[in-house]
Design a protein around this ligand. Structure first.
Ligand code: C5P
Length: 232
């Protein structure tokens, strides 16, 4: 079979629903290959944050697109292997604010808006720099990097994803109900998968990994084998 790489800067696109493990797998692959990371979900989260900061309604498409176009954001490497990116917005470190569940919900409200998605297309493409890029999100392989060399769709049952999130929060002594996490994941899946613009779905020819009953090491081994097989 012909290998997929035809350009100088390889792009690996990893898409999938919330809690499927994309972030961890992206970080581990980036370390293995020495590539840059695009956390596209963080950009949608930032648009929600900046809108709240400037009092812009999450339904005002034109105003949100204008904010998105001028997004004053920088991603700084921390040197911390587990949390390698610090995110700065308008001169402030917002790394923690960006990761809250509320920011995720706001992100999924601004994400269906076509003008917003268009406004950040070039910003996302600008992350493609030597020696290569691993881009994670919902439409990396289908839209933003439709020309990616490797496309992986990482998924898991909503129950398994809710249980993982529950454990993460419990380990941090944050009390939540498993049922409410499950319902929130289902709701976000529905919004992401049924929207008209760039809905979440596997890109054609994407390799699909279902991590429901796999450990993170097993998922990483499968992803590594897929990427190595395509890039070699
Ligand atoms: O991946 P993360 O949970 O940070 O994404 C937050 C939200 O941003 C998703 O639920 C989705 O609605 C939106 N998103 C998107 N397209 C991407 C990445 C994220 O629509 N490429």
């Amino acid at each position: 079979m012909t290998k997929a790489v035809s350009k100088n800067i390889p792009v690996i696109a990893i898409d999938g629903p919330s809690g499927s493990g994309k972030g961890v797998i992206t970080q581990r692959l980036a370390r293995a290959f020495g590539y840059h990371i695009l956390d596209s979900g963080a950009i949608y989260r930032l648009i929600g944050l900046v809108a709240r900061k400037h009092g812009v309604s999450l339904e005002d498409e034109a105003a949100l697109a204008a904010l998105a176009e001028k997004l004053d954001v920088s991603f700084k490497t921390t040197g911390d292997a587990e949390d390698p990116l610090a995110i700065w917005l308008e001169g402030y470190d917002v790394t923690r604010d960006v990761r809250t569940d509320e920011a995720g919900v706001d992100a999924s409200k601004v994400a269906p808006l076509a003008e917003v998605r268009e406004a950040i297309r070039l910003l996302q493409r600008s992350f493609k720099r030597p020696p290569g890029l691993i881009a994670d999100g919902r439409d990396m392989g289908t839209v933003v990097f439709a020309d990616a060399d490797v496309k992986i769709y990482l998924t898991a049952s909503a129950q398994a994803r809710a249980e993982r999130r529950y454990k993460q929060l419990k380990d941090k002594d944050i009390s939540v109900s498993l049922h409410s996490l499950f319902m929130s994941i289902r709701e976000r899946d529905k919004r992401d998968m049924t929207r008209e613009v760039a809905p979440l779905k596997p890109a054609s020819h994407a390799a699909i990994i279902d991590s429901t009953s796999l450990s993170i090491d097993e998922v990483f081994d499968q992803a590594l084998a897929i990427v190595t097989g395509k890039l070699d």
